[in-house]
Design a binder for this molecule. Structure first.
Ligand code: BGC
Ligand code: CA
Length: 311
């Protein structure tokens, strides 16, 4: 008990000392009375509890702050992680876009190549078409030639029906008539009258070219005999046409007046008295005739109907 009293007294003394010291430290501006009041209030046991409460509150506040910081850091980390995800997504997207771009470039190059191939194929088709058009022209010419030959062959039919008629050896059967082309070198060129005499020896006469078909057929034949080294003026063949009676009035051997004809451009021009007509080997069969001096030395063409075989 005494110990308790002693200890209580010692406690009070120590406590008062502390209180006085606190008064000096914290409230040196207060009056002594206020010091006493404060000292008395702090002497109360609740004072220690308040201190703990403050400490606890401070700790709680600190904990809350730490929690807030932690949450903040968590949020920040999440954002960073999300950012990282976004970056990864963007990277993936970039890779995908790169792949798409590369594919598009590849497809473009393929399409370009395809287009180039198609253009070259189109060019080839164009050339082939031109070639075929040329071939069509060739076929057309061949068809005309064949039709001409058919017409010639058909013209043989009446002769066959009438019995076996024929042309003399060395003569050409054409359009139902026999022709002699004095193209051989053994027959020298001569004037119109002498040429006619040669024909008459065979019962023939100089050719009368009174149709388009005859002119075409004769031109084809004399073009085959054409000697390119010979001047055109010496390459003609006398025909049975003259204007010797009436100048400018051209007549066939039987007196029939010429109707049209196949004169060369500028012909007949009667250059130095040209009263006899000749056919020349020319590419254009419709411009095949010239008038020439009758004594001019030329080849000639005889014509006669086929003869029956002598029995
Ligand atoms: C003339 C022609 C003529 C021919 C007779 C040529 O030089 O130009 O008009 O018909 O000679 O051979
Ligand atoms: Ca002439």
């Amino acid at each position: 008990m005494e110990d308790g009293e002693n200890s209580g007294t010692a406690f009070e003394r120590t406590y008062n000392k502390l209180v006085c010291q606190e008064d000096v430290d914290e409230h040196h501006l207060h009056s002594n009375q206020e010091k006493r009041q404060v000292s008395m209030s702090m002497v109360r046991p609740e004072y220690g509890l308040n201190q703990y409460r403050r400490l606890a509150i401070s700790l709680a506040v600190l904990a809350v702050l730490l929690l807030a910081v932690d949450i903040g850091l968590g949020v920040y980390y999440n954002k960073l992680a999300n950012g990282q995800h976004s970056l990864t997504d963007i990277n993936n997207e970039v890779v995908k876009l790169q792949v798409s771009y590369n594919n598009a470039i590849r497809r473009r190059d393929e399409a370009k190549k395809e287009l180039t191939d198609m253009i070259s194929q189109q060019q080839r088709t164009k050339w082939e078409l031109q070639h075929l058009l040329g071939r069509v022209q060739d076929y057309k010419k061949q068809t005309d030639k064949i039709q001409n030959e058919i017409a010639i062959l058909k013209s043989h039919i009446p002769m066959i029906k009438d019995g076996c008629r024929h042309c003399l050896p060395g003569w050409t059967f054409m359009n139902s008539l026999c022709y002699f082309f004095a193209s051989s070198d053994t027959l020298s060129r001569r004037g119109w009258e002498q040429a006619r005499q040669h024909c008459k020896r065979f019962g023939a006469d100089l050719v009368v070219i009174d149709s388009r078909e005859k002119q075409l057929a004769i031109t084809d034949l004399i073009n085959n005999y054409k000697d390119p080294s010979r001047p055109m003026s010496a390459s003609g063949f006398w025909i049975g046409l003259r204007d010797v009676v009436d100048e400018g009035i051209w007549r066939w051997l039987d007196g029939t007046r010429l109707n049209g004809g196949f004169w060369n451009i500028g012909e007949p021009n009667d250059q130095g008295n040209e009263d006899c007509a000749a056919v020349y080997p020319r590419d254009n069969p419709f411009q095949g005739w010239n008038d020439a001096p009758c004594n001019h030395g030329l080849k000639w063409i005889c014509e006669m109907t086929p003869r029956s075989t002598p029995s």
